[in-house]
Design a protein around this ligand. Structure first.
Ligand code: HEM
Length: 135
């Protein structure tokens, strides 16, 4: 099947579209660090609750997984649910957010200066008006 390509070492590659379909409770797949996990049977056992896994179902859960600061035990446990890897052509789709963050940073750089700058301008104008009236 074209969707289930493997590399020379027998790693099974899944396309993103294929993972996205597995977002129900009949079948729940998530992606963490480009690896595809089938957590269907783990949902009820997850100490963090099944809801959080459902929310990530069919998509990339790397950030949420890392944010929680899962223990080494949790990571080892996770490795037993790996069923394959995300197809290399689909990985770029998750690399993009950091790029947009840097764009946001430059936007906030402007707004960070714009507001104090405007405030300073208004204060200067008011000062000038007051000192002009006094004279
Ligand atoms: C295969 C994937 C996962 C496995 C095997 C796993 C396993 C575990 C384990 C063993 C714990 C207990 C605490 C620890 O040992 O760190 C835990 C807690 C937790 N997990 Fe996961 N987890 C997975 C994915 C996720 C994802 C994707 C999320 C977020 C969307 C998540 C959110 C949480 C939360 C919120 C807790 C509770 C932390 C707390 O109460 O301190 N987990 N998980």
């Amino acid at each position: 099947m074209e969707n289930n390509e493997t590399d020379g070492k027998g790693v099974k590659y899944y396309r993103l579209s294929e993972v996205e379909e597995r977002n129900s409770f009949k079948s729940t797949w998530i992606i963490i660090n480009n690896k595809v996990y089938d957590v269907t049977k783990f949902l009820e056992e997850h100490p963090g609750g099944e809801e959080v896994l459902r929310e990530q179902a069919g998509g990339d859960a790397t950030e949420s997984f890392e944010d929680v600061g899962h223990s080494t035990d949790a990571r080892e446990m996770a490795s037993s649910f790996v069923i394959g890897e995300l197809h290399p052509d689909d990985r770029d789709k998750f690399v993009k957010p950091p790029v947009s963050t840097s764009v946001q940073e430059s936007t906030s750089w402007w707004s960070n200066w714009l507001i104090p700058g405007l405030a300073a301008l208004i204060v200067t104008m008011m000062y000038r008006i007051y000192t002009a009236e006094e004279a």
